[in-house]
Design a protein around this ligand. Structure first.
Ligand code: GDP
Ligand code: MG
Length: 139
């Protein structure tokens, strides 16, 4: 079945700071997804609080916002059939220490002993999240 979708991918500040943007884009392009739009964004608190609204009140919320404010992210509008689940699969599970080898987080990330899991990338988790997040980052 053809289900053309768009998703929001972020190369988070740790990925940009470590010079991994090219490697992450390489993996996305090699998988065959299409870059529709791409920009470097210095996200402010307001944008980040809306982006991560589902996590408000959790112990890692404040460290997460501070981490995401610490430097620019690369925001990518990515398109393809089933790209939402496809990119989440490329990214790997949330904890980079145990994310499967072969994934972005599993190959390139690890625990740095910080208050938030620095795991290099974000990918929307549903069509509703994708629409909401794309509107925020590509306003
Ligand atoms: P994702 O969809 O895989 O990015 O994970 P979530 O939506 O659950 O969490 C958002 C982000 O918060 C993650 O990517 C991590 O950077 C961070 N995070 C999530 N869960 C934890 C946690 O249990 N502890 C810490 N320290 N950070 C977390
Ligand atoms: Mg999430």
């Amino acid at each position: 079945m053809t289900t053309i979708e768009e998703t929001l991918v972020l190369v988070k500040p740790d990925g940009v700071a470590r010079g991994l943007t090219g490697e992450i884009l390489r993996r996305i392009e090699a998988k065959g997804y299409s870059l529709v739009d791409l920009r470097l964004v210095e996200a402010d608190r307001d944008l980040l609080a809306q982006h991560y609204a589902e996590h408000e009140g959790k112990p890692f919320f404040e460290p997460l916002i501070e981490f995401m404010e610490s430097g620019p992210s690369v925001a990518i509008r990515l398109a393809g059939n089933r790209v939402i689940e496809g990119f989440r699969s490329l990214a790997g599970t949330t904890d980079p220490t145990t994310a499967a080898p072969g994934t972005i987080r599993g190959d390139l990330g690890r625990d740095w002993g910080l208050k938030v899991q620095q795991n290099l990338v974000h990918g929307s988790d549903s069509p509703e999240s994708a629409a909401r997040e794309l509107a925020l980052w590509f306003a």
